[in-house]
Design a protein around this ligand. Structure first.
Ligand code: MG
Length: 266
């Protein structure tokens, strides 16, 4: 199933995407639906091209994994962590799949990170890796937008990763039953049509199951929590010379079996 949130005369509504239509559902938001409320249909299908998609959900917590691909660690000239090294992104950074991503005055080194995002479906406290996938609801696409200069100069990444609009996500959440192996997905990123990232989730250092189990040893994961699982090589900072995002740039991130998000930088 593909579940989205769309604007209906300005009001956010949850919908199930089927083909090129969306069927409105009763749930007030996608987190409520994940918790089991409002799966009933409430209206006729609406053509997707007539609605505006927002982020599929407002995460309860939004976490990221630091350098979860060896080639990305190498391009950043940093070691690859031996365990899932987690950070938080502020949930106010979340924006729709169409952006825009706004470059704040605080940075001149705005960068993209195309990533598979995991949506938690069932509360997870101290779960084993073998059981971790039972707690995953589904997957979506996220750009873990990063300000490299702030990341370099500030020890905590609240600003480097958490500025407004630094987490465009969508276009929808694909439920886990449709993605039996999240470690076999191609992730690609383009900037202004130029291919920048072409990786596979097979190359993650720490799998989705391991990351979920790892987090749950220290804090409870709840329905609606989202984990950005790290980015493959090819970020702007890793190029020689580095090439950062400028206003007007168009970023597209696509993951097989999920879909694509595309947004401009403002
Ligand atoms: Mg990242």
């Amino acid at each position: 199933m593909r579940l989205c949130t769309f604007l209906d005369s300005g009001t956010p509504r949850v919908g199930r995407v089927e083909g090129d239509h969306v069927i409105p559902l009763a749930a007030p938001d996608l987190v409520a639906l994940i918790r089991g409320a409002g799966a009933g249909e409430t209206g006729p299908p609406v053509p997707l091209d007539r609605v505006s998609l927002t982020a599929p959900l407002r995460p309860v917590k939004l976490l990221g994994v630091v350098r979860n691909y060896a080639m990305h660690a190498r391009e950043m000239n940093e070691p690859a962590p031996e365990f899932p090294n987690m950070f938080s992104k502020l949930v106010t950074a979340v924006t729709g799949p169409g952006g825009p991503v706004v470059r704040p005055a605080a940075t001149r080194e705005l960068d993209y990170e195309g990533e598979l995002a995991v949506v938690i479906g069932r509360t997870a406290t101290r779960v084993d890796e073998a059981d971790a996938m039972d707690h995953v609801f589904g997957y979506t696409v996220i750009n873990d937008v990063s300000a490299r200069d702030l990341q370099r100069t500030e020890r905590q990444w609240a600003r480097a990763k958490g500025c407004d609009t630094f987490a465009p996500m969508g276009p929808w959440v694909v439920t886990a039953d449709e993605i039996p192996d999240p470690q076999a997905l191609r992730i690609r990123t383009w900037v202004n049509g130029e291919a920048r990232q072409d990786g596979s989730t097979a190359d993650m250092l720490h799998s989705v199951a391991r990351v979920v189990a790892w987090c749950s040893q220290s804090f409870t994961l709840e329905p609606g929590d989202v984990i950005a699982t790290g980015t493959p090589a090819g970020v702007g900072k890793g190029l020689d010379p580095p090439r950062f995002l400028e206003p007007g740039d168009l970023v597209r991130i696509e993951i097989d079996a999920i879909g694509a998000i595309e947004h401009r930088v403002a």
